[in-house]
Structure formats: structure tokens, C-alpha cells
Design a protein around this ligand. Structure first.
Ligand SMILES: Cc1cc2nc3c(=O)[nH]c(=O)nc-3n(C[C@H](O)[C@H](O)[C@H](O)COP(=O)(O)OP(=O)(O)OC[C@H]3O[C@@H](n4cnc5c(N)ncnc54)[C@H](O)[C@@H]3O)c2cc1C
Length: 387
């Protein structure tokens, strides 16, 4: 078979640019295609841990990512009237213990750094997506929504939890999405409560939200989370905002003001909490990477680390088998499968009632499980953990 050269990657958030970087590094010609008209703003603080630290280190990006990390010094839990009922200066709820070597960074900052690291000759197309794929023995034709037609050797879906590549090639969401019937709605707000380098969980018994400072303290990131069946999730912003209002209207303290700020937030995002569970992540000349393939859900805090390691592993295997993509894909699946399974299992621990309120639960249960899961991948060059 002719060696692989041109590779289309759909999605330019985390997995997509990381994969493009690694493929370019191995001498391939990746094309990055993003549906949004520009790099997407917004998103919660996300974490890079374990083997994923090895990936950003190998990309030469560790220093710039650490320089842009969140700067929080601790966390408090507040009651309905805003009184502090618990505090810690050793951890945050979103990032875990400060004692561990992990980087917490806003999703948009990490995405910006990854996109900025791409060599100039990596073609990046915004505001378009794949409408149709047609594969033959020599390659795969992609027709974009804009009408553009291009031919590639491989196509990769890095288009997130609601991946349309997964739907087009592997089948409907109902076969692969495991919803937890909860949503998260993060957005930015002016720092109207004077919070400094700190994280708050406000819980009034009816509902809760997490609030923390973005680096520099000028803005807050607010995240509401509540129960909502996947089938009720509407795509337009106005309906999503109405859903948050409906579920959080009864909350007191500063929440009404934060809900008002939500209306104007440019980066408001509402997404279901769900996992993607698939028996295989590749078919023919198409592969999935990151949340599209194996979203572990925000309950694990490992979505970004799986995406970074998955991008690295996929590029590594395509580089090892440039004339045999099926072998490359089989190796990619074999490397990632145990890593994904152990990380997806963490979601169960985060759903325990002690999560978010009992510090002992972190030290005795969550931290040991995370410490094991974040390096449970047989890529010795990243972890040094296996021979
Ligand atoms: C705006 C936003 C906010 C987020 N907020 C949070 C959060 O608060 N907490 C959390 O844990 N995780 C959040 N995530 C998910 C988090 O980024 C991922 O779990 C993780 O980093 C893995 O990234 P990924 O690149 O696989 O997927 P994602 O980060 O979901 O990126 C998928 C990308 O594909 C693009 N895309 C979608 N459909 C198509 C298509 N048909 N063609 C081309 N491109 C397409 C999307 O616009 C997006 O840029 C958010 C993601 C986004 C995009």
C-alpha cells in the first residue's frame, strides 16, 4: 500500500491540534477542520496529569502551559447564606490536591497554546465540517458542508462528545453515549464578589454551583450543574439559558446576579455529563480520538489527559505503520483500551455523596485511584512506569 501522507482531523479543541502537531512531527500532512468559525472560547478548568504531562513535555510546551495554569490557593464550601462551612488550602475540588504533579488550566488557554504551537504549514480550516465520506481501496473522499471536496489517506474525528464523525461512520449516539442525566453549564462572569485566587462551592440544599477565579482575578468562571435528561437538551443558546434559569432560579446568595451575567457571557456552554463507550474506535480509514471516542466525563477530570495521550499514541502508531493503517489502528486501540477503561471507572467514585464535602474521601479514595489511573498506559517513554 502507498504510504499514508494526507490526514484530515475534524475538531480543533484539544485532541485535534495535539494530533496535528504529532502527525506533522512524524512527517505527515495533517489538515485541521473546525466547525466553529474561530477557536472556541470557554470551558471549565481542565487537568493534565500523569502520562499526559509526558505528552506536553515531549512537545516542548510544558513551561508555557504551566505559566498559564490556574492560580487558585484553595477552596471553600458555602451554605445558603454564603457562610463558609469548610475550607482547604491543600486542594481545589476541580483540580485535586496541590501535592500532586498535575496542571490545571482553562480549556481555552490550553487549546490556544496547542493551536499556537502548530507549524505554519499545518492547514487549518474554520467554519466547515464533513458532510460525507466515501472510502475506496486507495483513500477517502471527503465532501465538506461548504461543498469543498478533498481526498485524504486517513480521516480522524476529534470532534468531541457529540461527534458527528462517530454518528456518520459508527452509528447513532444511542449506541455509544452513556448519559448520567446531568448537565454542566460553565460561563465567565465579571468578578462581582471580589474573589481572589480561590474556588467556592455554593450549595443551598436545592442546587449547587462552583465559582472560581480565572488567572488574574478579573473574571470568574461559574459552573452550574443539575439533573437533566439528555433528550431534553436543546441546542440553541436561548433554550439552554432558559433551562439553567429554570433549574437554578431558587438559589440565593449571589446566584441571581450570576444568572443575570450568564445572559451576556460570550463563552456560555452547556453540555451533558456522559461517557462514550465503544468496542472499537477505528473503522476502515477512519479513527476517533479524544472525547469523540472515549469521553470519560467531567466526573473523572481525565478527558483532556486521555485526549492528549490518545493523540500521541495514534500519531505514533501511524508513524510506525505508514503503509498499513489497519495495523496502526489496531496498535492504537490496544494501547489505549486499558488506559481508557481504568479512567472511565473513576466516574463512579465522583458520584459518591462524600465527593465535594469529605476531605478524607479525597485522600483515602480519590487520590490513590487517580494516581494509578493517570499513568496506566503502556507508553514507557511518557511515564517511565513500564519496561
Ligand atoms: C467550548 C467547550 C467547553 C468545554 N467545557 C468543558 C468543561 O467545562 N468541563 C470539562 O470537563 N470539559 C469541557 N469540555 C470538553 C473538554 O475540552 C474535553 O473533555 C477534553 O479536553 C477532550 O477534548 P477533545 O478535543 O477530544 O473534545 P472537545 O474539547 O469537545 O472538542 C471538540 C471540537 O470539535 C469541534 N467540532 C464539533 N463538531 C465538529 C464537526 N462536525 N466538524 C469539525 N469540528 C467539530 C468542536 O467545536 C470542538 O472544537 C469543553 C469543550 C468545549 C469545546
Amino acid at each position: 500500500m502507498r504510504p499514508v501522507r494526507d490526514i484530515l482531523i475534524c475538531g480543533a479543541s484539544i485532541a485535534g491540534p495535539a494530533l496535528a502537531w504529532w502527525l506533522h512531527q512524524h512527517g505527515f500532512r495533517p489538515v485541521l477542520l473546525e466547525k466553529a468559525p474561530a477557536p472556541r472560547p470557554g470551558g471549565h478548568a481542565i487537568d493534565i496529569r500523569g502520562a499526559a504531562l509526558g505528552v506536553i513535555r515531549a512537545m516542548g510546551l510544558e513551561a508555557s502551559i504551566r505559566a498559564n495554569r490556574t492560580q487558585m490557593k484553595g477552596t471553600s464550601r458555602l451554605d445558603r447564606d454564603g457562610n463558609e462551612v469548610w475550607r482547604s488550602e491543600e486542594m481545589t475540588i476541580s483540580g485535586g490536591s496541590f501535592a500532586r504533579d498535575a496542571i490545571e488550566i482553562m480549556r481555552e488557554d490550553l487549546s490556544r497554546i496547542l493551536l499556537g504551537a502548530l507549524p505554519k504549514d499545518v492547514e487549518t480550516i474554520y467554519g466547515d465540517s464533513v458532510e460525507m465520506l466515501r472510502e475506496d481501496a486507495d483513500g477517502i473522499d471527503a465532501t465538506f458542508v461548504s461543498g469543498t471536496q478533498r481526498r485524504f489517506d486517513l480521516v480522524v474525528g476529534a470532534d468531541g462528545l457529540a461527534s458527528s464523525m462517530r454518528r456518520q461512520v459508527f452509528g447513532p449516539d444511542s449506541e455509544y453515549l452513556l448519559p448520567f442525566d446531568m448537565v454542566l453549564a460553565p460561563f465567565s462572569s465579571p468578578n462581582m464578589i471580589g474573589l481572589e485566587d480561590w474556588q467556592i462551592t455554593y450549595d443551598d440544599g436545592n442546587g449547587s454551583c462552583m465559582i472560581y477565579t480565572a488567572p488574574g482575578n478579573e473574571t470568574l468562571r461559574v459552573c452550574f450543574g443539575f439533573t437533566a435528561p439528555l433528550k431534553d437538551l436543546l441546542e440553541d443558546r436561548a433554550s439552554q439559558i432558559a433551562l439553567v434559569r429554570e433549574n437554578c432560579a431558587g438559589m440565593a446568595w449571589h446566584v441571581p446576579g450570576l444568572l443575570d451575567n450568564m445572559e451576556a457571557a460570550p463563552d456560555f456552554y452547556l453540555g451533558p455529563i456522559a461517557q462514550v463507550k465503544m468496542k472499537g474506535w477505528t473503522r476502515g480509514r477512519v479513527a476517533l480520538v479524544g472525547d469523540a471516542a472515549y469521553c470519560p466525563s467531567p466526573f473523572t477530570g481525565q478527558g483532556t489527559s486521555l485526549a492528549l495521550v490518545g493523540a500521541y499514541a495514534l500519531a505514533r502508531e501511524v508513524a510506525h505503520y505508514p503503509t498499513a493503517p489497519a495495523d496502526a489502528f489496531a496498535r492504537y486501540e490496544a494501547i489505549m483500551r486499558p488506559f481508557v477503561e481504568v479512567n472511565q471507572a473513576i466516574a463512579g467514585l465522583s458520584r459518591d455523596p462524600r465527593f465535594g464535602s469529605d476531605p478524607g474521601y479525597y485522600t483515602d479514595v480519590i487520590e490513590p485511584a487517580m494516581a494509578h489511573a493517570e499513568n496506566a498506559v503502556k507508553l514507557p517513554e511518557l511515564t517511565g512506569a513500564y519496561t
